[in-house]
Design a binder for this molecule. Structure first.
Ligand code: ADP
Ligand SMILES: Cc1cn([C@H]2C[C@H](O)[C@@H](COP(=O)(O)O)O2)c(=O)[nH]c1=O
Length: 191
C-alpha cells in the first residue's frame, strides 16, 4: 500500500500470470515501474492485505484485468459495498474478440477510456490485436514477439490471410508434413 501525492492510500494488483518484466511490479513497455501485488485472483486480496490496511485503502488499481475470473465480483464489492475507487486496466478483446470479464464490468463503471495503439502496418489508430502465431488458446503471455496492434482494415485482412494460409497448409499436410507456424508467420509479415 502506498500514499499517493494527494494523501490517498493506493494499492495496485496485477495478474501473477504475467511475469514478463517483473513479478512484483507493473511495468510499461518502456520501463516505467510501479510496485504491486501479483495474484492469481482478486477476492483473496483483502485477506492477504489485512482488514485494517484494507479499511484504510482509498484506491485499488487492477492491471491485466482480462486474466481475473473474479473481476466482476471484486469490483462490485470494492466499489459498491466498500466505497473504494477502483481503476481497472485491461484488454477488452483478445486476438479474436471479447476477453475475460472486462466487458462485464462496463455497466459498473463511472467512466471508461478506450485507449488505442498505432497500427504496425499503416500507422492508423489500432483498435485490435493481431496474433502472429498459430496458437489458438485465449491466454498466451507475450509481447511484440506474438502480437501486433492493427487497425480494423489490417485486422480483417490479417485474419483472412491467416485463414487462407491455414486452409492451404492443412490440405498440404495431408500430403507431407510442413512447418505450418513458420509459413503462417511468413504470410503475416507479407501483410
Ligand atoms: N497515462 C499515460 N500517459 C502517458 N503515456 C502513457 C500513459 N499510460 C501509458 N503510457 C505510455 O503508453 C505506452 C504503452 O503503455 P503500456 O502500459 O506499456 O502498454 P499496454 O497498454 O500494452 O500495457 C508506454 O510507452 C507508456 O509510457
Ligand atoms: C491479444 C491477447 C493478449 N494476451 C496477453 C498478452 C500479454 O501478456 C497481455 C497483454 O499485455 P499488455 O501489456 O497490455 O500488452 O495479454 C493474451 O493472453 N491473449 C490475447 O489474445
Amino acid at each position: 500500500m502506498f500514499e499517493g501525492n494527494n494523501g490517498r492510500n493506493i494499492a495496485l494488483i496485477k495478474s501473477s500470470k504475467d511475469t514478463r518484466y517483473a513479478t512484483d511490479s507493473v511495468v510499461t513497455h518502456d520501463g516505467v515501474k510501479f510496485p504491486c501485488w501479483a495474484s492469481s485472483d482478486l477476492m483473496s486480496f483483502r485477506q492477504k492485505l489485512g482488514e485494517d490496511a484494507y479499511e484504510k485503502l482509498d484506491v485499488i488499481g487492477i492491471d491485466e484485468a482480462q486474466f481475473f475470473e473474479d473481476l466482476y465480483d471484486f469490483c462490485c464489492e470494492a466499489a459498491d459495498q466498500d466505497g473504494k475507487t477502483v481503476i481497472v486496466a485491461g484488454l477488452d478483446g483478445d486476438y479474436l474478440r471479447s476477453f475475460g470479464s472486462v466487458l462485464d464490468i462496463i455497466p459498473l463503471a463511472d467512466t471508461i477510456t478506450k485507449l488505442t495503439a498505432r497500427c504496425e502496418v499503416c500507422g492508423k489508430r489500432a483498435f485490435f490485436t493481431f496474433r502472429k502465431t498459430e496458437e489458438t488458446k485465449t491466454e498466451l503471455i507475450g509481447g511484440a514477439d506474438l502480437y501486433m496492434p492493427v487497425c480494423r482494415q489490417h485486422y480483417v485482412n490479417g485474419q483472412t490471410v491467416v485463414e487462407a494460409a491455414r486452409t492451404v497448409l492443412e490440405s498440404r499436410k495431408l500430403h507431407h508434413q510442413t512447418d505450418s507456424s513458420s509459413q503462417v508467420e511468413a504470410a503475416v509479415s507479407a501483410l
